[in-house]
Write a protein that binds this ligand. Structure first.
Ligand SMILES: [Zn+2]
Length: 215
């Protein structure tokens, strides 16, 4: 069998460091790197809709997303959701819709980061919305980010079935794009891989005690 290496740090995955390693057949990262992912597993009820947040966006995730999205290290795609892969099957009950990049961004990158995150786990992410103007969120001021609402549109020829909709995103910074997408798609619920600490703080009062079906 070919030797396998951690997709994040390159350590060999065939050495047994811990009891867990013995069962780690489907693992793409080493135990040390896995420990860097610190799930917060929080649910918020916002306008009568549940937002399931897996991680708090931190330095580790920021570096990893930079490698994945900006340095185009597409091989990293499976590492973000590996920890919850067993429960992801439940997403198949939904039409999973995502906020994908503008065509310009996708062409530049050569891949669609959000779609690739879910692909290793057999979840297809649909893209029924488009952004009319390629704005890079992090480079925008808060007021400008608010305007995203105005430029997110539904693709006219993109038909969805009657299945309930799950809206997914990788990083929630201000939440304005996701809120705009909720207006357009009316999803049953929202799943976010990582939310910015400021967003978590601002929505703290909306947190609810409930077990998520996604993890
Ligand atoms: Zn590693």
């Amino acid at each position: 069998m070919d030797e396998r290496f951690c997709l994040i740090c390159n350590a060999s995955l065939d050495e047994i460091h811990s009891f867990e390693d013995l069962y780690a057949k489907h693992r793409t990262i080493c135990t040390d790197c896995q420990k860097q992912f610190k799930p917060i597993r929080k649910i918020f009820r916002i306008q009568n809709r549940e937002w399931h947040i897996l991680y708090q966006y931190d330095d580790f995730l920021e570096r990893l997303f930079f490698r994945y999205k900006e340095q185009r290290d597409i091989l990293l795609a499976p590492v973000f959701l590996e920890r919850v892969q067993e429960r992801l099957k439940i997403m198949k009950q939904y039409q999973v819709c995502g906020l994908c990049s503008s065509d310009q961004h996708r062409l530049y990158r050569g891949f669609e980061p959000l779609i690739e995150l879910f692909k290793p786990y057999g979840i297809e992410v649909l893209s029924p919305l488009y952004k009319t103007n390629p704005v890079k969120q992090s480079a925008q001021s808060k007021t400008k980010r608010k305007q995203i609402q105005a430029i997110l549109k539904r693709k006219e020829l993109y038909s969805l079935s009657n299945k309930k909709i799950l809206l997914v995103d990788d990083v929630c910074t201000t939440g304005s794009s996701l809120e705009a997408a909720c207006q357009l798609l009316n999803p049953q619920c929202v799943f976010v891989l990582a939310a910015h600490p400021k967003w978590l703080q601002a929505h703290a009062s909306m947190g609810i005690e409930k077990k998520s079906s996604f993890w």
